[in-house]
Ligand binder design. Structure first.
Ligand SMILES: [Zn+2]
Ligand SMILES: [Zn+2]
Length: 455
């Protein structure tokens, strides 16, 4: 049986080896599957490599250490760019829907909606005025006020370009709202009605809207760039003459002609002009000249503005102008009432530090600002922002919109506000204002502001 046993033994050994070999192959297959699964798992893991962890950490801002995510001026550009199309729409919409002083209901509502949508906390109405608003961002630190004007002019619409002012102010406010925590300041976009008449900012000053502000700024469209424009002080006067009506042909002797008083006053002022300084301005219109040619006018009314380089000179000049109206009343036998309309605007004080920073930032955007030095000081208007400039460090740069020969208060100027040049003024104005705030905040130059404030 050994032989047989031997044969059996050989067969057994062979089958045992074969079994072992099959087992081995199965184990190899299991290991291969396991490796394959491990590879798939590695490929599909959400975090691929752990060696880059320090770099990932470096991108997360450490607010406790005051670390800033990226260049704050780039943050301004990025944030502005995201809202730029909406700001262009707002400017065009304001242009197409002009509202005059203290009637800016739809205009203010539209701006408030935009500012709320972009994360600012808005009080509306604000400071006792139906069409004013106050939009805020930031919790602590010095406060910057960016003024938005949005009133239009009767008959010529947005011929002063306040649609561009409003859009630029909102753009600067939204851009800066992204930096208040990192740079430690607060920003407000203040909606200030009725700049063209009455002086809404002066109502708001009296209500406390500018108390504690570290800086105030706005931009204004213009035929050319000027960083530090002069603005004249101005008083707005409403004048009424009262006489006695009568039949103009049958019984003129018993009448007292109020239109004669108005005409005489106009001539008196024209005669006064020869003795005026280049920066003295007296200009007006007859708003009511009578009712019918065959009735001697019992009542006429006029509206006049009186402007001068300083408040001191304005007081002198206003007395001379009021004497012209009183003399006309005396000569014609009428009585006269002279009533100030709205507030008196002061002359402007541009803050030198902010002027310098805005100029440099504007140049960096490719817009070289001119200076008032060397320009005719008589080629100037007035603004209620000047009253702000007496109590808060302020700038009011003029940004050219390539409108020449059209100038402010012409219909052609209004049309220029919605061209690519008008849109560029929104962008340059918003970014240069915001960069100016960034410069002051990052270098902590707050204490350097205010050198121009009257003592
Ligand atoms: Zn104007
Ligand atoms: Zn204006």
């Amino acid at each position: 049986m050994h032989g047989t046993e031997s044969c059996v033994d050989v067969v057994d050994v062979r089958s045992e080896i074969t079994g072992l070999f099959v087992d081995l192959l199965q184990h190899v297959a299991i290991v291969a599957h396991t490796l394959l699964d491990l590879d798939r798992w590695l490929v599909n893991r959400p975090i691929v490599r752990t060696t880059s962890l320090p770099q990932i950490r470096a991108k997360v801002p450490d607010r406790e250490a005051g670390e800033v995510r990226m260049d704050p001026k780039q943050v301004v550009v990025d944030r502005f760019s995201t809202v730029e199309p909406a700001l262009r729409d707002i400017s065009t919409w304001l242009y197409e829907n002009p509202e005059i002083a203290y009637e800016e209901h739809a205009s203010s509502a539209r701006l408030v909606e935009f500012l709320r949508d972009n994360g600012l906390t808005v009080e509306y109405p604000a400071w006792g005025l139906e069409t004013a608003f106050d939009a805020r961002s930031g919790r602590k630190g010095p406060e910057v006020v960016i003024c938005a004007e949005y009133d239009a002019l009767p008959e010529v619409g947005h011929a002063c370009g306040h649609n561009v002012i409003a859009a630029a102010a909102c753009g600067a406010g939204v851009a800066l709202a992204g930096l208040t925590e990192e740079l430690g300041f607060r920003v407000r976009v203040l909606g200030t009605p009725a700049e063209e008449s009455y002086g809404g900012k002066i109502d708001m000053i009296e209500a406390g809207a500018f108390e504690g502000a570290a800086a105030a700024m706005m931009i204004h469209p213009s035929p050319e760039d000027m960083v530090d424009p002069a603005f004249l002080a101005v008083a707005h006067l409403d004048i009424d003459f009262y006489g006695k009506e009568s039949h103009a042909a049958f019984a003129p002797q018993v009448g007292i002609n109020a239109l004669d008083a108005a005409v005489q006053a106009y001539v008196n002022i024209s005669t006064l002009r020869q003795t005026l300084y280049n920066t003295d301005k007296v200009h007006g219109v007859i708003t009511h000249g009578g009712g019918a040619p065959n009735v001697i006018p019992q009542h006429t009314s006029l509206a006049f503005y009186v402007r001068a380089a300083t408040m001191t000179r304005l007081t002198e000049l206003r007395k001379k102008v009021e004497a012209c109206f009183e003399a006309a009343a005396l000569a014609t036998g009428c009585s006269v009432e002279i009533t100030p309309r709205g507030h008196t605007y002061t002359e402007m004080h541009n803050d030198p530090v902010m002027v310098e920073l805005f100029s440099a930032n504007s140049a960096a955007l490719g817009r070289t600002m001119g200076s008032a030095a060397g320009h005719d000081p008589g080629a100037a208007g007035s603004t209620d922002m000047a009253n702000v400039s007496r109590i808060v460090p302020t700038i009011h740069p003029m940004l050219g919109i390539n409108s020449a020969p059209a100038v402010n208060h012409q219909r052609e100027f209004a049309a220029h506000t919605v061209t690519p040049d008008g849109e560029r003024a929104i962008r340059d104005g918003a970014i240069a204002m915001a960069w100016t705030v960034v410069d002051i905040a990052t270098a902590n130059r707050w204490d350097e502001l205010g050198a121009s404030l009257p003592s």
